[in-house]
Design a binder for this molecule. Sequence first.
Ligand code: MLT
Length: 408
Amino acid sequence: MIRINENFLKLQTSYLFSNIANKINEYQKANPESAIIKLGIGDATRALPPACVAAFHRAVDEMAEDDTFRGYGPEQGYPFLREKIAAEDFQARGADIAADEIFISDGAKCDTGNFQEILAGNISVALPDPVYPVYLDTNVMAGRTGSMKNGRYENIHYMECTPENGFIPDLPPESVDLIYLCFPNNPTGAMISKPELSRWVDFARENKSLILYDAAYEAFISDDTLPHSIYEIEGAREIAVEFRSFSKTAGFTGTRCAFTVVPKECMAYDSAGNAHSLHMLWHRRHSTKFNGVSYPVQRAAEAVYSPEGKQQVKAIIDFYMKNAGHIRREIHDLDYEYMGGTHSPYIWINTKSDSWEFFDMLLNKAGVVCTPGLGFGTCGQQFIRLSAFNSYENVETAMKRIHQIVRS
Ligand code: MLT
């Protein structure tokens, strides 16, 4: 008899953003005239940078001729892209990362979800609350948790991120094997300083833990004293894996291109305590289960690092951050406490009411979609997240509508 992985039965019935999409569809069916404005999922709305589009076209043309056609590429990505990333994203910031430590993939969501697969089933896991649900759900699927009780899974160390700690998690009181960190943070928009991040690196080195560091939103950091990469911190090469993405940086949410950095010194241990290279294991996993990102997409991503590409990407980020600034000002006028929108496209707002009820009210009365904080964890119970990914006009209209219903 074929049997299922019963860990899947412990999950919430549907993924947060699918659940929200269903609610939007139902509302739209019932109110076909309503012009909904979506400030929910962080999905790019601006077109790809022209430099990327031109590179994409050129690469497609190469695929149209036998002489320049490419079949399977290297599973880890083409050297032209890995070398640019190593030089521009890391070495230029004093982070010692080599091209062959970079694995090109089709998304940070997939990589943050898949990476735990090469780790033991019985390790202890610490993750923030609120948290990007993929980190938690994939550990549930892998059987590292018990059941959910009062909104939390057994056997997970939840690191509460609240206004009291500035939404920066405190170090766990005892050793933990696997730690998820995300900065700039999704969903809170909080950002960590170098001294704070150093404490995490030291903790992981002392405890032989591994930090999975999600830096998908690093392009939104607006203060150069803040760390764009965990590898700007001394010793991080031994204990951290970093995830990056072109999705939010250059509008690749539909095009798909991202990368994961696994330094060669980064180790994990077998049951006898012998060290093994995570680089080697991830390389093995990646070459077995993944066949690479398509050549035209990698050429388009490479163009992000051209002089025009850099300018165009900066213009896109500035555009979204102007939206974020507008949302922040309006929320401030409404006297809500909030976080984010300075180094991140997300604004995390304390509504002092139930987050799903607030979500329903915004959708039904204002035709505006947000993300209810409870979907990211129990600490999000009273919060909603607004995303700056939309046109300025839509953001203005959405904020006017929110103003009206909150003030009425
Ligand atoms: C979000 O809205 O949190 C993100 O867009 C989700 C994702 O990147 O998968």
